[in-house]
Design a protein around this ligand. Structure first.
Ligand code: ZN
Length: 185
């Protein structure tokens, strides 16, 4: 419904000539149109202030429907916050996965680079990166140390399992986010 039509229906509401069907149409429009919602609240307060228009004569449940709709509106800010949280966790998860892969595959990558003459020109920077990774490796937390100890003791399945779990979490977040966007549009 267009705003112009909604305005006519609001006038009819003020004149108490609005039908139940028209009230439903107007209510539906107000739910999706902030501009008309604001106009309606102003019209309604004017009507109440004048005292000439008894609100009780509006179609049954109409006022309560509008009021509950208004009360439901601030929920949008909460959704925005949730989205920011998803973004933060997405970035944290991404770097955690990349970091875990780098540490886990470091020796394999370094060996491949060492034995392949193609990589000889970039060896100094590779060495630098490897040293940086080593530094991070040394500064790893106690939890990480325990996990790495487990790997050195032959429990090589620990890191792949952690990586797979992280990727699974990222996929779940990505899919729920995508489906939510699909519903909104
Ligand atoms: Zn409108």
């Amino acid at each position: 419904m267009e705003c112009e039509k909604a305005d006519i229906l609001m006038m009819k509401y003020m004149d108490k000539t609005i039908t139940e069907r028209e009230a439903k149409m107007l209510n539906k429009h107000i739910l999706s149109c902030a501009k008309c919602k604001e106009s309606f609240i102003i019209y309604d307060s004017i009507a109440s202030d004048l005292g000439g228009v008894p609100v009780e004569e509006a179609p049954a449940g109409f006022t309560s429907r509008v009021m509950s709709a208004v009360a439901a509106l601030p929920a949008y800010t909460g959704e925005g916050t949730t989205r920011v949280m998803y973004g933060v966790w997405g970035v944290v998860g991404f770097f955690a996965v990349i970091g875990a892969l780098l540490i886990f595959l470091r020796d394999i990558i370094l060996q491949a680079i060492d034995t392949n003459p193609i990589f000889e020109p970039i060896m100094p920077s590779v060495t630098y990166v490897a040293q940086s990774v080593d530094m991070l490796y040394m500064q790893a937390s106690a939890v990480t140390s325990v996990a790495l100890e487990a790997v050195s003791e032959g429990m090589t399945w620990v890191l792949p399992v952690v990586i797979v779990c992280l990727i699974a979490v990222l996929i779940v977040i990505y899919r729920s986010e995508r489906s939510r966007k699909g519903h909104n549009k």
